[in-house]
Design a protein around this ligand. Structure first.
Ligand code: DGL
Length: 286
């Protein structure tokens, strides 16, 4: 059904939905010529309220799927999936380099002057061992104020970045943080960078909003260099960006320009009934 795949030495990126596009756009800026296959699991979004086991199971199948399409490294552009699956994926796919996300508490704790840092992330991320270990290693006596922003991922999936409903979710999360005296707010969910303007408006210019995507893109570029040094480079397509969704391509096609400023090939994939397999269905180009 699809003549594009498998690619060679592509970067695979995945998220529960469109959030990972905040990481993809940084990677694309940093490595303009890399073939990229992005998978957004819009059929199952949001991941945040799901169990870590369920998110691990999705992540495993998505990783297989991306490798079959030609990914030779994987960016888990999702804090929830990184919390649930990163350790297991590294064990199960020892030949594949993985880059994962963790809330950027380290730089925030190093630079805070007020000694209080806000972290916005989803429940799965806060529950994972990865977050506990980040706090243990890096918080260093800094006070951390957390919030899960219920409903925010769904607003961002609709490309609703500034309606009253979206701003109200953000205010509910951020006002207690402002009252607690934060001077940094860490975005521990890859959906949230799309609402940075609304966040900044609420917290004011003195609070720094920390998006880890540029650091992830630099790390991706380093690993990409390493996989390019292996033999057998044979790109038929120069710089394709494939976005595959388990949701509806026509809905995503209408909204994609809100998330990334360049053209992509949009493709649909389908889960089987038992969520044990992913299949490409049809494609269209934007
Ligand atoms: N974008 C994801 C993250 O970074 C997951 C959001 C969700 O699906 O709940 O955690």
């Amino acid at each position: 059904m699809n003549t594009f795949f498998p690619l060679k030495k592509a970067i695979g990126i995945f998220d529960s939905g469109v959030g990972g596009l905040s990481v993809l756009r940084e990677i694309r800026n940093t490595i303009p010529h890399a073939p990229i296959i992005f998978f957004g699991d819009q059929y199952h979004v949001p991941y945040g309220p799901r169990s870590l086991n369920e998110v691990l199971s999705f992540s495993r199948i998505i990783t297989h799927f991306l490798i079959n399409l030609g990914a030779e490294m994987i960016v888990v552009a999702c804090n929830a999936a990184s919390a649930a699956a990163l350790i297991e994926l590294r064990k199960e796919f020892p030949d594949i380099p993985f880059i994962g996300m963790e809330p950027a508490v380290k730089p925030a704790a190093e630079k805070t002057i007020t000694g209080t840092v806000g972290v916005l992330a989803t429940p799965a991320t806060f529950q994972g061992k990865l977050y506990a270990s980040v706090i243990e290693r890096f918080a260093n006596g800094v006070k951390i104020v957390q919030d899960t922003c219920p409903g925010l991922v769904q607003q961002i999936e609709k490309a609703d970045f500034e309606s009253e409903a979206t701003v109200n979710i953000l205010k509910k999360a951020l006002e207690p943080m402002i009252n607690a005296g934060i001077d940094k707010v860490v975005l521990g969910c890859t959906h949230y960078p799309f609402v940075i303007p609304a966040i900044q408006q609420i917290v004011g210019p003195k609070v720094q909003v920390i998006d880890p995507a540029p650091a992830i893109a630099r790390q991706t570029a380093k690993i990409y260099q390493q996989i390019q040094q292996k033999p057998a480079i044979d790109h038929k397509l120069k710089t394709p960006t494939f976005i595959i969704t388990s949701g509806d391509t026509s809905i995503l096609a209408e909204k994609i320009a809100y998330f990334i400023p360049f053209s992509v090939k949009l493709i649909e994939a389908e889960w089987d009934k038992n969520n044990s397999y992913l299949n490409l269905t049809h494609s269209n180009q934007t």
